[in-house]
Write a protein that binds this ligand. Structure first.
Ligand code: SME
Length: 146
């Protein structure tokens, strides 16, 4: 199965997981689990905007840092730039926050509600160059429906 086919199969499952549920934490928890299980990522989770910081939300994988300031790390940069960031090699990203030394590539997708960023979806991989335009397109589509 190609990556695109995997996302295509997973998308309706995620749609049904989140439909009818209003609680964002509950939805984030199931979406993190669904993505993590389907792709076998190293770390899959959410950080929620709380004032000037991102605060750790539902995730799957090893323990992670709990607070990330605006503009810091890949997550804080995606928040500041208000766009998805794909990092093929995290060791070359200035200011990358290494929650785990096993992580080598990363994608961070901001989640918008009423044109405001309310959270980010962060996914880490132990492989280099795991994430590309296919991930970006599908993950942005997923963040729009949760
Ligand atoms: N690497 C992220 C921090 C979060 S952990 O990867 C879970 C960053 O640089 O923002």
């Amino acid at each position: 199965m190609t990556k695109d086919e995997k996302y295509k199969a997973l998308f309706p499952q995620i749609e049904s997981l989140v439909s009818g549920e209003q609680d964002m934490i509950a939805k984030m928890a199931n979406v993190a689990a669904a993505l993590h299980e389907a792709f076998g990522f190293w770390w899959t989770g959410f950080y929620r905007v709380e004032g000037e910081k991102l605060v750790l939300g539902p995730f799957q994988g090893p323990i992670a840092c709990t607070r990330i300031p605006f503009g810091r790390g890949v997550c804080g940069t995606a928040w500041k730039q208000a766009q998805t960031i794909i990092v093929p090699n995290v060791h070359e990203f200035a200011g990358h926050i290494a929650c785990s030394t096993a992580s080598n590539s990363e994608i961070v997708v901001p989640i918008f509600r009423n044109k405001q960023i309310i959270a980010v979806l962060d996914i880490d991989s132990v492989d280099y160059g795991t994430f590309d335009e296919t991930d970006k397109q599908w993950l942005e589509k997923i963040t729009q429906i949760i």
